[in-house]
Every structure is written in C-alpha cells, then in structure tokens.
Design a protein around this ligand. Structure first.
Ligand code: DGT
Ligand code: CA
Ligand code: CA
Ligand code: ZN
Length: 579
C-alpha cells in the first residue's frame, strides 16, 4: 500500500470514529480529504519533503489535516487517532462491513451492549439483545445477523491484484533452486478468482526438504505458520501461503487436484468413477480389477498423473482452462466439445478508458500515448473525467475544457505511432442522464459513461437509460463496486446486456483489481444475452497498463471469446462499432 492510500484509510477511520461519537460536519471533511489524498498525483511523502505548505496544496487539506499527514509520514502514526481508538475500542472496519451497520450504529452498539467486534455482534444478535435498543427492531437484528458472514469473508480474503504479484514473486524465487523441477500457483489464484483466501504453491521436486527450507527462508516471509517434510505454510504481506512439494511423476495430478475448485473436482471425480477409474491427487487409476479400492490411495493401475493434460485425457476430456473450473457446466461443455475458445492476453489490441493529467491521471496525454505504444497497443482512447457528482472537486472537465482537450488529443494523435481516440468518461447521474452537453459528446470518438455516486440499490433502469443515450459507446465499471468495500449497484445484467446489444454499446470489464467490474459471472450473463464487452484498465499512469491481465482473466472466467470483445478488434472493426 502506498502512503497516500495509508493516509486516506486513516482519515476515513477518523471520519467513522468521529461520526460514531456523534460529531457532526467534521467527518465529511475528513472523507473529502481522504478521497483527495488517494487521488493526488504526488505521494504525500514527497509533499512532506517539500514542507507543510505543499501538503496543504491538496484540495480539502487545511492546516490541521496537513499536520496529521506530516505526523503520519514522519512517525507512521497519528496520535489523535490512537486516542480515538482507545476511547472506542471497536473494530470499526470489520463492523461497518456488515450491510446496514454504519459508524453511528457501531457507536450505539458499543455504548449499549459493549459490542467490539464481529463475534460480539453475532452473539448480541443471536441472543435478541439488539432489538431491545431504542430505534432498532427485529428486522434490523435479522439483517445484521444475515450480513455477518459476508462481512467476515470480505475481511479475510485478499485481492487478486495483491496476491498474484506476491505469488509470482515467490514462485520465481522457489524456481531458482536446482532442486525444483517445476513450480506452479494453484488454488483460486490459478483460477484468477477476484479474491483469494490463501495462496497455494505447488512444487515438483525429489528433494522436498530442501524446497521447504528455501520456502521458509524467503526474505519476504513474516511468519512461519507450520513446516513439515513436504509441506509448509508461511505468512507474508498479511496473506497465508501454502506450499506442497510432490515428486515430479505426481505433479500433474497434484496440480489438477490443488487447482480446484472443490466443486469442479467433485464433478471430475464422479465422471471418472462412472468409467471405472479412481482419481485423486496422486493420479488416475484403473481400479476395474481391484477388490478394495479404498485399500490405498495409489491402488490399481496408474493410467495418468504426470501431466494435467493427461489427467483430463484419461477421463475422455480435453484440458479445461483453470478460469472455467467453477462447476459452471465446464465438464459437460468439455465432454461435448463445446468449450469456448477463450480470449487471450495477446488478443487485446488497445485500451479505451484511460486518464491523463487533464483530470486525475498522473501523466500527460503524450506520455500515456507513447507508453501505450510501448506496451504493444494499436490504439488508445484518452477518456478523462467530465465534472459531476462523485468526481473529486476540480478534477473533472467542464464542456469548454473538454473541447480544448479534444484539440490537444487530436494534435497528439498526429505525431503518434498508434491510433489515438478522443474520449471522455462522463458520469451517469441518478436519472441516467450524463454530465456532458450533447454537442461536446457528438464530436468525441469514444464516450464512456460510468456511475460514480449513489451506488446502492437497484441501478438497472439508471444504466439502461445511459445505454439509450445517443452518444454513449461504453458503460464503464457498471456496478461501481469496490471489492471488500462496497457492493455497488444491484443490476439485472441480462436486461442491461439486451439493451447494450440493441444500442451497440459495450459493457466494460474494468481491470483495476479493486473493481473487476463486470465480474466473471456478469460477463457470462452479458455475453449470453448478446452484448459486446470491452476490457479497460482505467489507467491513471502508464504502470497501470499492466493491469490488463486481470481484466482478461476475469473475462475468461465469463467464458469470453475474442469475438465478444470490442478491443480485440482491429482499428477498422473498432471504428465500425463506435460509429
Ligand atoms: P481460497 O483459498 O479460499 O481462495 O480457495 P481455493 O480454491 O484456493 O481453496 P483452498 O486453498 O482451500 O484449496 C486449494 C484447492 O485444493 C481447492 O481449490 C481444491 C483442493 N481441495 C482442498 N480441499 C479439498 C477437499 O476437501 N475436496 C476437494 N475435492 N478438493 C479440495
Ligand atoms: Ca487457496
Ligand atoms: Ca490453501
Ligand atoms: Zn475512469
């Protein structure tokens, strides 16, 4: 986490804690400051180096908040926040993750019932003590109870975008050992699930103890949870990492088993049983001539297990890409020869939603274009924020600014090696209208319309209205969710996809790992209803172009093929869709 995010998180906690104790107005200014700090192009560390006045240059940060930022950068702590934590010793983040429980409720529940964490909250709800408090009814109590599990899960699971780089780094480090024949990430990480319970690393080696030792010696591990002769678990960056070492002959079967999902494996095993085969992490075994098939895990004649392809082949199936292994009909599709020909990372030819310093991006239009070309893109659309609700003050462009930006983009396009399109990211207002004038939209190549505020309740009609607007090309991050933080709009994806297909609008898979919006499941619904999707990074700096992979694999989880994806088209195909 960078310092800006760390400061923003603390300011948000400040706001929650002040609100919990009944303070008015002040929480709002902390939240506004948090948002501006998070979006600020320069790191708070370098601003503090330049002095407190530079820190006050952040919108909404006055003298008092600037002092807190300086304090945090210098001491990694904010004394006043520590005091608030002592006064109200509750797990604010965990408790407010429960749907319907806000900071005020947390304050009340602590005062009346001494609720400090999710366990206390669950006990109080089960024992019917919450409905006894003034202003709380049985309905509230029921809602709290049903929201607790989700809140627990959300708190525990890591984002794919945090777990994947950590897992890859570890895999690379382990793979450097001569004792290692092969190393692969398994589990939910290999399936590219949007959140990860723990990281699973599978290694093929004839020297398991050497591998375990190298694993537990890793520089980046914070804690050894357990270590045995062929498996071990460590913690790093708050994540649990499980290692299993198997002999090279059993690598394929172990990889199949530990990649999951559990439900996929159950279906796979049942299919094998019907054919007189036994499957487990050690291989596929022909047990047709065995009396007691439970006698040993490795009983019968071994017919597969060296490779994962061999495992699927042994039960009469083609290899199934891990993203599909969620028990969503992939085994039947494989058996029928109907597996999708999935989109690949290299099929994507451009990015149609990125920001420059004209709004809240870090870099110039020219830099964003040059780095997109270096990344390998054939085209790029610059889509800075139009002003509107949910857009940080002064960060959005009004109609006049959009006009002059279009001219700047067009002149950048003249010198570029790739196609550069002029666009905008317009805000979808509560009634489905956009924040930009028609005459401005008309002149632009790409109009992305996205929801940024009012992100609760059913948003289907709001999004459909936006789709029906004449100049809209793409619906950006359709639900507006933030993983582990807010669920965003509830949407009837089928209805939205039908409208999108009818009006020639593409639905975005926003590749930012905090969003992954649409989700894999929603992508699948959208494609089945005939919609085109587009995978965008929403880059605010060139380094973000790399996030594309998360969008591609999320789309693969939605069974997306190249033909379903707008930015897998060549420039002509793209222009045809946009016209
Ligand atoms: P996670 O960690 O919650 O994000 O999800 P996974 O899928 O990585 O689950 P994990 O780490 O508990 O186990 C890794 C894989 O090992 C899992 O996907 C399938 C396999 N596995 C683990 N336990 C069982 C089990 O009881 N039955 C079956 N069939 N497979 C299992
Ligand atoms: Ca796992
Ligand atoms: Ca695990
Ligand atoms: Zn954006």
């Amino acid at each position: 986490m960078n310092d800006n995010d760390a400061v923003a998180d603390r300011f948000e906690e400040f706001a929650d804690r002040l609100e919990a104790t009944g303070v008015e107005y002040k929480p709002q200014s902390y939240r506004r400051a948090a948002e501006n700090v998070r979006a600020h192009p320069e790191s708070v560390g370098s601003l503090v180096d330049d002095g407190k006045e530079a820190v006050q240059g952040i919108e909404g940060v006055g003298d008092a908040l600037a002092a807190k930022i300086v304090e945090y950068v210098e001491t990694s702590e904010i004394e006043e926040l520590e005091e608030l934590r002592d006064e109200l010793p509750v797990e604010m983040a965990a408790l407010t993750r429960v749907e319907g429980v806000g900071p005020k409720t947390v304050g009340t529940l602590y005062e009346e019932l001494g609720v400090e964490d999710l366990d206390d909250l669950e006990a109080a709800a089960r024992e019917g003590r919450i409905q006894g408090i003034d202003g709380f009814g049985t309905k509230t109590e029921e809602n709290i109870l049903s929201g607790i599990d989700f809140a627990r899960q959300a708190g525990e699971r890591s984002l794919l975008g945090d777990a994947r780089p950590l897992g890859e780094e570890l895999r690379h480090y382990i793979g450097e050992s001569e004792a290692v024949a092969d190393a692969e990430l398994a589990g939910s990480l290999r399936r590219w699930r949007e959140t990860i319970g723990d990281v699973d690393l599978l290694v093929a080696s004839d020297e398991p103890e050497t591998v375990v030792e190298r694993f537990t010696d890793w520089d980046d591990r914070d804690e050894i949870i357990e270590a045995g002769s062929s498996k071990a678990s460590i913690r790093s960056e708050g994540m649990r990492i499980d290692l299993r070492v198997v002999v090279p002959e059993e690598f394929g079967s172990a990889l199949q088993y530990f990649s999951g999902s559990r439900d996929h494996n159950i279906g796979f095993r049942n299919r094998a049983i019907e054919q007189g085969l036994k499957v487990n992490e050690y291989g596929v075994f022909d047990v047709s001539r065995v009396d007691d098939i439970e006698a040993d895990q490795r009983v019968g004649e071994r017919v597969a297990g060296d490779t994962e392809e061999g495992m699927y082949d042994a039960v009469g199936l083609p290899w199934i890409p891990p993203e599909l292994r969620e028990d969503g009909g992939e085994l039947a599709a494989a058996a029928d020869g109907d597996l999708p020909d999935l989109l690949a990372e290299e099929d994507v030819r451009g990015d149609l939603h990125v920001h420059s310093e004209w709004s809240d991006g870090d870099d110039t239009i020219g830099e964003m274009v040059t780095t997109a070309a270096e990344f390998g893109h054939e085209y790029l659309a610059i889509t800075d924020h139009a002003s509107g609700p949910g857009i940080v003050a002064d960060m959005g462009l009004d109609d006049a600014a959009l006009e002059s930006q279009r001219e700047a983009i067009e002149s950048a396009a003249e010198n570029a090696d790739i196609e550069v399109l002029a666009g905008v990211e317009a805000n979808i207002e509560a009634d489905g209208g956009l924040s930009v004038g028609e005459s401005v939209l008309e002149e632009l190549d790409v109009v992305v319309a996205s929801p940024h505020s009012g992100l609760d309740g059913d948003g289907t009609e709001r999004i459909v209205s936006a789709i029906e607007q004449p100049h809209v090309d793409i619906i950006g991050h359709p639900t507006g969710r933030y993983l582990n933080r807010r669920t965003g709009l509830e949407l009837d994806f089928e209805r939205i996809a039908e409208a999108a297909a009818e009006h020639g609008v593409a639905l975005e898979v926003n590749a930012n790992p905090r969003r992954l919006d649409l989700s894999g499941g929603a992508v699948r619904t959208a494609i089945e209803a005939g919609a085109t999707i587009v995978i965008d990074t929403d880059a605010h700096q060139p380094a973000n172009y790399d996030l594309l992979q998360y969008g591609v694999h999320t789309a693969r989880r939605g069974w997306a093929e190249t033909g379903d994806v707008l930015n897998a088209r060549d420039d002509d195909g793209l222009r045809e869709f946009l016209d």
